[in-house]
Design a binder for this molecule. Structure first.
Ligand code: 3HC
Length: 317
């Protein structure tokens, strides 16, 4: 950067050179807004995403499986915290972001509006939902915004453990009794379509992708990542001895990828507008949990105020 470089030139130079933008750097307002939207939606997803699995902690079939599931759900809470912190570094405080979730003005991932009906669903969530999250989030480790990219590195390491715990549950069921194998088959097919939809609408209907890719927030388009995910899960399902009920899911020699059936995008739009099977339940639970936690926030604020007052008194003494 020279003395005559304008802030927007400096910003574009950093983007062109694949360098990081930090919170103290100048950035276009739209870049800040796009990132605040994406990172806060991501944080909300991690927090709401604790619900379908937390519901199974007391029902998990052994003490070991309860402990593993509890650790996974706690990891998701941690991801929410890193992500709220990354979003806050762009200038909007966490209370405001959380309020946007509570009043329904902020989105969270469609996938968490589906119920976990059986223990096999917990396996399907780990393998497919966390698996999709990994495919989507590994490229985010190279996001142009430093605090988000760095948070993603740790998140992805933990997601990888989550994906394996899901795989291991399904592996046990798929190699168990005929009824257990059937339960695993039904679970992966319940989550197949919704997991593919986690990558967002098709590229032609994705209003944010073009600009986000130009700014190197997103490195690949929704459809590119969805295809990468499909290509990953088909051989993995074969290794489990399970299969997807999508008749269009076939290897395309010419493309060098699996083709797959058209997803139900009307259902997707309905879910993100609040009409999925569990939207109401998820939001009621979150609002109640937030209200129940008010005393903790008040106590933390009072403690911080007192500590600051003591520190100020010591400095001026
Ligand atoms: N669920 C809900 N809303 C979705 C969505 C989904 N699966 N996919 C897209 N949308 C929304 C977008 O937020 C956008 O809404 P807005 O403009 O009103 O904010 C609209 O649909 C159009 O979609 P775009 O493709 O234009 O949006 P983006 O460019 O932001 O791409 C995305 C969507 C791929 C989800 C991107 O935001 C992203 O990569 N986000 C980070 C990852 C993330 O949030 N994952 C959520 C799951 S968290 C998780 O998996 C946790 C783990 O523990 C399992």
């Amino acid at each position: 950067m020279t003395a005559t470089t304008t802030p927007d030139q400096a910003f574009n130079e950093l983007i062109d050179n694949d360098a990081r933008i930090e919170s103290t750097d100048w950035m276009p307002e739209k870049y800040r807004k796009t990132l605040t939207r994406q990172i806060s939606q991501h944080a909300h997803s991690e927090i709401i995403g604790m619900q379908p699995e937390a519901n199974w902690i007391s029902r998990a079939p052994s003490l070991k499986r309860k402990a593993i599931l509890m650790a996974k759900v706690q990891d998701e809470a941690g991801h929410g915290l890193y992500l709220y912190s990354a979003a806050e570094s762009l200038g909007t405080d966490r209370a405001t972001l959380v309020q946007q979730l509570l009043d329904g003005t902020a989105k969270y991932s469609s996938i968490f509006n589906y119920p976990a009906r059986t223990w096999a669903d917990i396996g399907a969530i780990g393998w497919l939902v966390d698996g999709a999250a990994i495919v989507n989030q590994v490229p985010l480790c190279r996001c142009s915004y430093g605090p988000y990219g760095r948070a993603m590195v740790r998140v992805c390491k933990e997601e990888s453990f989550h994906q394996r715990q899901g795989w291991e549950i399904l592996h046990s069921l798929a190699n168990g009794t005929a009824a257990q194998k059937q339960m695993a088959h039904e679970a992966i097919n319940r989550f197949y379509g919704p997991a593919l939809q986690m990558f967002g609408p098709p590229d032609g209907d994705s209003p944010n992708s073009e600009q986000s890719m130009a700014w190197k927030i997103k490195r690949f388009s929704n459809d590119e990542l969805r295809q990468r995910f499909v290509d990953t899960i088909v051989p993995q399902a074969e290794a489990l001895g399970l299969s997807f009920d999508d008749p269009d899911l076939v290897w395309n020699e010419e493309r060098g990828h699996y083709d797959y059936g058209e997803l139900d995008w009307d259902e997707f739009m309905s879910v993100i507008k609040g009409h999925g099977p569990c939207n109401t339940q998820r939001m009621e639970h979150r609002r109640q949990a937030h209200a129940d936690g008010a005393w903790v926030r008040d106590a933390a604020a009072a403690y911080a105020e007192r500590s600051n007052a003591v520190e100020t008194a010591l400095i001026s003494a």
